[in-house]
Design a protein around this ligand. Structure first.
Ligand code: SAM
Length: 429
């Protein structure tokens, strides 16, 4: 397929999503099933156009002065693929599978817009109601951070130190352009791919099959490192899900001590068993039922809450979620988070630590939760996050927003990670 056919297919997928209100992954999969002739290069490029359009919906529509799916998709090609409007038209001309090329009026309009400054509300590429949340969280940097959440993400990996090390993983992935990360000590990054290209399928690499590395965003790796787990400790991973943090904690603890992995949803825990085996993690017990945890009350060195949240920090990877989210859902998540903090905190031993993490950038889910929990639980004191950040990552002083009593925030524009929030409290001894 040429660019025109790929663009037409992307527009078809975006229309399907719009009309049937379906998630992007489902719409793309269906398209693939009904167009089996399309090769993997075509599918990759179509997926990129669809994802770029979802990430850059407002700025693309503004550029084209057209908020139809067709306008947005053309706009995304210009903004994200670095193609000039004329170059796109040249590509589409004579391609019978291509959408209608840009008209003379459209070409003139785009050229005019390319000379204008994009307003902040447009380059933020997010729903209107989210803007006050971002302004509260990031102050003057809000539009830059919002635009960062609309960028293509890198592919982040974590070397599994139970079986390998970062140098070895970097050597194994030498041909992919993998580089050491700036913050996470075991992190390896493959930069975002431009245009129609795709990240290499690292899961097909022998090094992945052997368990030498995991796929994990740098923010998630940093949060696991900040938790303060040490070999021999007793740790409860209260919202373990598929086990991303569990595996990172086990490596930090060198397989010594015990990690109890719990999640209220059994099916979320399902992938953890294979992942534990592949990574040679031996100090994890999976406890899916809440009553099983009761004997652990008051006995854990660390209780880690990787809370269910809006995921607003992960919009680079899940751009359709950005447009589906509502204030009602934010409120619902906040209620769940407060409830989980209260329930999980019972397991912290005197002198132990409660860690609260989200992949959201909204204060309501982050520092507001921390402060409210501390206010209703005098036995828990917020740690000095400035000291914690300095001690944990002395070479990354400027790569996070750190507030001594408010927590640590990572974000795409400042830190180069997904949006992440980390905080910790200590229970009086
Ligand atoms: C952000 S995800 C966890 C991701 C996981 N820790 C990782 O690193 O891969 C949040 C998890 O919290 C779980 N959850 C939601 N409500 C819960 C509750 N009341 N108790 C325990 N887990 C809960 C969800 O099922 C979900 O798997």
């Amino acid at each position: 397929m040429r660019l025109g056919g790929r663009l037409a297919a992307a527009i078809e997928v975006l229309r399907d999503m719009e009309q049937r209100r379906r998630p992007v992954a489902e719409a793309l999969k269906d398209w693939g099933l009904s167009h089996r002739f399309a090769g993997s290069g075509d599918r990759g490029a179509i997926g990129n156009i669809v994802y770029d359009t979802l990430r850059r919906r407002l700025s693309a529509a503004w550029l084209m002065d057209d908020d139809s799916v067709r306008g947005q998709a053309f706009g995304a090609l210009i903004l994200e693929w670095g193609l000039s409007p004329d170059a796109i038209n040249t590509e589409l001309t004579g391609d019978r599978f291509a959408p209608e090329p840009l008209s003379a009026d459209e070409l003139a309009g785009v050229q005019r817009r390319l000379r204008e400054q994009m307003p902040d509300e447009v380059r933020a590429d997010c729903p209107d109601w989210v803007v006050p949340h971002l302004q509260a969280a990031f102050g003057e940097a809000w539009a830059q951070e919002a635009a960062g959440l609309a960028d293509r993400p890198p592919l982040d990996l974590r070397a599994n130190t139970l079986m390998s090390d970062r140098e070895t993983v970097l050597r194994e992935l030498g041909e992919t352009g993998a580089e050491p990360m700036r913050i996470a000590s075991q992190g390896v990054r493959i930069a975002p791919i431009a245009g129609g290209g795709r990240h290499p399928n690292v899961q097909a690499e022998p090094a992945f099959q052997k368990g030498w590395f995991e796929i994990q965003d740098e923010g998630s790796q940093v949060a696991a490192e900040l938790a303060g787990a040490k070999p021999g400790m007793q740790v409860l991973d209260y919202c373990a899900g598929g086990g991303g943090k569990t595996l990172a904690l086990a490596a930090i603890m060198k397989n010594e001590g015990r990690i109890v992995a719990h999640d209220s949803e059994k099916q979320r825990l399902a992938p953890i068993f294979d992942r534990l085996r592949r990574s040679e993690v031996r100090n994890v017990e999976v406890m899916a039922r809440a009553p099983e945890l009761e004997p652990l009350v008051g006995s854990m060195d660390i209780v880690l809450i990787d809370a269910p949240c809006t995921g607003s920090g992960t919009w680079r990877r899940r751009p359709d979620a950005k447009w589906r989210l509502s204030q009602k859902q934010v409120d619902q998540r906040c209620r769940e988070q407060a409830d989980i903090l209260d329930k999980a905190s019972r397991f912290v031993k005197p002198g132990g630590r409660l860690v609260y993490i989200t992949c959201s950038v909204f204060d309501a889910e982050n520092r507001d939760q921390l402060e409210a929990f501390a206010a209703r639980n005098e036995a828990f004191k917020i740690v000095d996050h400035v000291a914690l950040w300095r001690e944990s990552f002395p070479d990354a002083a400027d790569l996070a927003r750190v507030d001594a009593r408010g927590g640590i925030r990572l974000s795409p524009a400042l830190s180069g990670t997904d949006g992440f929030y980390f905080s910790a409290l200590e229970r009086a001894g």
